[in-house]
Design a protein around this ligand. Structure first.
Ligand code: CTP
Ligand code: ZN
Length: 152
């Protein structure tokens, strides 16, 4: 516990996504497809003080251990996130997100002429590159503007 103050209560069981860039926690929830309708308890810390980052966001999802594949999509917007799996109040696992080769169904292609926007049952698929993501159909590249095209 390096931060001076605990702003969000500890959880008994679940997943803590820590060291999210300040202001990005709502995008984290969007990427994880968590909107509260699943009934899980979710706590957010936004712009809380961090010794290493100045300010950071923290997301705590109770009673759910998110899988590595679910979490890896976060590398698109929170590459430095630390994932803590909590069991009976202890940090049972601490891990990092790894960029997946492709992401499907989480980003919309901005190109209106793309097959994924033609009303056909074609899921948008993006290849993950070091500089951003590229539509697997029309090759449109998204860089810093990925969060503008998250599927809601
Ligand atoms: N945490 C929690 N509930 C628990 C245990 C930990 O919400 N029962 C949260 C802590 O508040 C922290 C994160 O999980 O945000 C990681 O906990 P811990 O490893 O104890 O903190 P640090 O050592 O500060 O983590 P790091 O070294 O990754 O910065
Ligand atoms: Zn496209």
């Amino acid at each position: 516990m390096t931060d001076t103050e605990l702003r969000v209560s500890k959880i008994r069981n679940g997943t803590v996504i820590d060291h999210v860039a300040a202001g990005e926690s709502l995008h984290v929830l969007t990427l994880l497809d968590i909107d509260g309708s699943g009934g899980e308890a979710v706590s957010l810390g936004m712009n809380v003080p961090s010794q290493t980052m100045g300010k950071k966001d923290v997301v705590k999802v109770e009673d759910r251990e998110l899988s590595q594949a679910e979490l890896d999509v976060l590398s698109l917007i929170a590459p430095d996130a630390t994932i803590n799996i909590i069991r009976d109040y202890d940090v049972a696992e601490k891990k990092h997100v790894e960029p997946p080769e492709r992401v499907s169904g989480v980003i919309e292609c901005p190109n209106l002429d793309c097959i994924t926007n033609a009303g056909e049952p074609v899921e948008p698929v993006f290849d993950v590159l070091s500089e951003g993501v590229r539509c697997a159909y029309c090759e449109t590249i998204l860089r810093d503007d990925i969060t503008d095209y998250l599927r809601r």
